[in-house]
Every structure is written in structure tokens, then in C-alpha cells.
Design a protein around this ligand. Structure first.
Ligand code: MG
Length: 369
């Protein structure tokens, strides 16, 4: 009794702090946006497109002397580009400057309500807010989510579609990565896999980016890939072909992961019968909070979870990496595919993601970047 009474006395006598979190955040905010051209190390070719560079939107949210960094990598397939992302942020700017960042859950819900589409812009805002919040709380973002940094998975390094000669060269350059992700889905699939297998015996994951339009062809290709030491195949058929994918899944032995079919939390329940898992990307769903929700929904349905990315700097990739202790698979290599990353954040050691142990996302300007 004595100790309880003493404890109560301490609690009662303790004064309420002079300033709450809410009040301390009150100071003028600024939001700066910049379209940043990220040059690729190799021409990046998938079923969808071929490019030498990507234009992304970088966002700086500053308040009370702390700056949160965000990034949006617009996805062409969904009609987004860097300029449309910038306009979306401009549209939300006045609201964001007036909003209380400590209410980030409500703030992001309102951004989603006001802005149609433009998920890269939403991701840029969400990432900057979460970087700001976790810096102010003085914890690395993964700690905010209660995660153990030692649980990060291995990331694959992606090998885009290329000539057999360049494919072999890329696979040799990927020597430190224990698992590779190979892009297929064109007429060159056999030649690509043969080129990869001529230089490595590593486990492979394959991404067809909706490239196979015929279900019998998809089964033939996947059965062949099973014999090549492929662990799983991502989006073999077009996103809309849910029934066909379900049929394909019944004929193959390796997991089928949804990527283009899985954009938002509401997509996940109807995928559970056709796919074994989902590839979640901050740029498809609109940020860290939404991706966290998707991981929980997918797990509750017994689906495998994967975190992927677009071509992004360390801002976007590090943001996703902070959630990676939650997932089965990671393909968080977007920053490794670019030539001059302006930031450094998550690191990779023998494929394993190493999270920065600094407050927030833990980003630093890159040396010489
Ligand atoms: Mg994919």
C-alpha cells in the first residue's frame, strides 16, 4: 500500500509539461518541392518501358527547425509524372502548412480526400511527415513502428531486360547480392535466363510485369522457370486477368506474387484466391502509413508480403526499408540502380538491408552527391 500511495503522490504532484507536443510544433512550416533527375547506371528496360533517367519529386517539410524529407516516384502506368505530382503537392500546400503534423493520421486522410490519384505526391508528403515526426520523437522510424532492425530481409537486385552480353555483365556486377530479380515477359525470356544461369547459380526471382497474355503460355513459362531455380514469379499475367491467374496458380509449384494487381488496401482481399502474396510499394499506395496498413491486411489473409520500389533515391527506398522487418521479401534496390544518389540512408551488406540508427529516416547528404 505504501508504495502505491507514494507512486500516486508522485503522479499527482507532477506538473503537466508547460508545452504539449501540439504546442511545440506550432511555428511556421515551409514546404519546398524540387523535380530531381535521377540518371540510371544502365538503361532500364522492362515490358512497360525503357529509360535512361527518371524524374522524381523531392519534398522538404520544415517546421520548428526540423526538416522531413519526402520523395515521390510517379508511375507512368497510372498517368502520373513529376510535374503532376508537384501540382498535387501545390494543391494540398495551404492545407498542409496550416495542419498540425502531430495529427499525421488525420492529415494524411484529408490529403487522400482532397487529392485525386497522384499517389507519388501523396507518398512524398507522407514520407516527409513521418521523417519529421520520428526526428522530433528522436527515434529511427522503424522504432516508431515497434520493429527490430535485425529482422530486415535480404533485398534482391533487379536485372532489367537486356542483351545476353549485358545481362551477363549486370549479373557479375551483382556479385554481392545473394538473390537476384530478373525481369522477363518479352520474347527473349529463354535467352535472358540462359545468360543469367551461365554466370550464376544463385536463387532467382522473376518479374514478368504482366508480360504473358495467355494462361497456357504462363504455365509453360513458370514450369520451365521452376526448373531454373526460380523461387517465385511476380505478376505473370495482366492485373485484370484474376480468374486466369487463379487457374495458372493451380498448375504451378512456386508462389505467384501480385504487383500491378495490388495498388491499394482495398485491392488485397479479392487477390487472396489468385495469388500467394503481394508486392507493396509506397509509390503505388501513397506512403508509409498506407503501406503499413496493406502489410497488416495481407498478413491477416495469409498472404506473403513483399516491399518493392520504383527507381528512387535513398529517400523513398529508406522509407520503405524501415517497414521491411515486417515482410517476407524485399526488392528495395531502386537507389542502387541510379548513378548519383543525392542521399545516403539504408545500406546493403551481402544483400541484407541495414537500417540507419539515426532519428527519422536517418538520411544524410551523399558524399559528392
Ligand atoms: Mg514488379
Amino acid at each position: 500500500m505504501k508504495s502505491v500511495g507514494a507512486l500516486a503522490a508522485v503522479s499527482l504532484n507532477r506538473e503537466v509539461p508547460a508545452m504539449s507536443f501540439d504546442q511545440r510544433s506550432n511555428g511556421p512550416a515551409t514546404i519546398e518541392t524540387q523535380i530531381v533527375r535521377l540518371k540510371l547506371r544502365h538503361t532500364w528496360t522492362t515490358v512497360m518501358s525503357s529509360s535512361e533517367y527518371r524524374d522524381n519529386l523531392h519534398l522538404r517539410y520544415t517546421r520548428g527547425g526540423v526538416t522531413g524529407l519526402g520523395e515521390g516516384a510517379p508511375i507512368v502506368r497510372y498517368g502520373e509524372n513529376a510535374e503532376s505530382a508537384r501540382k498535387a503537392v501545390d494543391f494540398a500546400r495551404e492545407f498542409l502548412l496550416a495542419a498540425n503534423p502531430w495529427h499525421f493520421e488525420k492529415v494524411m486522410a484529408e490529403v487522400f480526400r482532397r487529392v485525386q490519384g497522384e499517389y507519388a505526391a501523396k507518398a512524398a508528403i507522407d514520407i516527409a511527415l513521418m521523417d519529421w515526426i520520428s526526428q522530433r520523437l528522436a527515434v529511427p522510424l522503424y522504432r516508431y513502428f515497434g520493429l527490430d532492425a535485425r529482422d530486415t530481409p535480404v533485398t534482391t537486385l533487379s536485372i532489367g531486360i537486356d542483351t545476353p552480353e549485358i545481362t551477363r555483365q549486370k549479373v557479375r556486377e551483382a556479385e554481392p547480392f545473394p538473390v537476384l530479380k530478373i525481369k522477363v515477359g518479352l520474347q527473349t525470356d529463354e535467352a535472358t535466363l540462359e545468360a543469367v544461369r551461365s554466370v550464376t547459380k544463385k536463387p532467382l526471382r522473376v518479374d514478368a510485369n504482366e508480360g504473358w497474355k495467355d494462361k497456357e503460355e504462363a504455365v509453360r513459362k513458370i514450369n520451365w522457370l521452376e526448373r531454373q531455380g526460380v523461387e517465385f514469379v511476380e505478376q505473370p499475367m495482366p492485373a485484370s486477368m484474376l480468374e486466369e491467374t487463379r487457374w495458372v496458380r493451380s498448375k504451378v509449384h512456386i508462389p505467384i506474387i501480385a504487383d500491378e494487381a495490388c495498388l491499394h488496401p482495398t485491392d488485397i482481399p479479392r487477390l487472396a484466391n489468385s495469388y500467394d502474396g503481394v508486392n507493396i510499394k509506397l509509390m503505388k499506395c501513397g506512403g508509409i502509413l498506407e503501406a503499413f496498413r496493406m502489410i497488416q491486411i495481407a498478413k491477416s489473409l495469409g498472404l506473403k508480403t513483399m516491399l518493392g520500389c520504383m527507381i528512387e533515391s535513398a529517400i523513398g527506398v529508406t522509407a520503405a526499408a524501415h517497414l521491411s522487418p515486417l515482410v517476407d521479401y524485399a526488392d528495395l534496390d531502386g537507389n542502387l540502380l541510379i548513378a548519383h544518389d543525392p542521399y545516403s540512408g539504408v545500406q546493403v551488406q551481402r544483400g541484407k538491408l541495414i537500417l540507419p540508427d539515426r532519428p527519422g529516416l536517418g538520411l544524410k547528404p551523399a558524399r559528392g552527391g
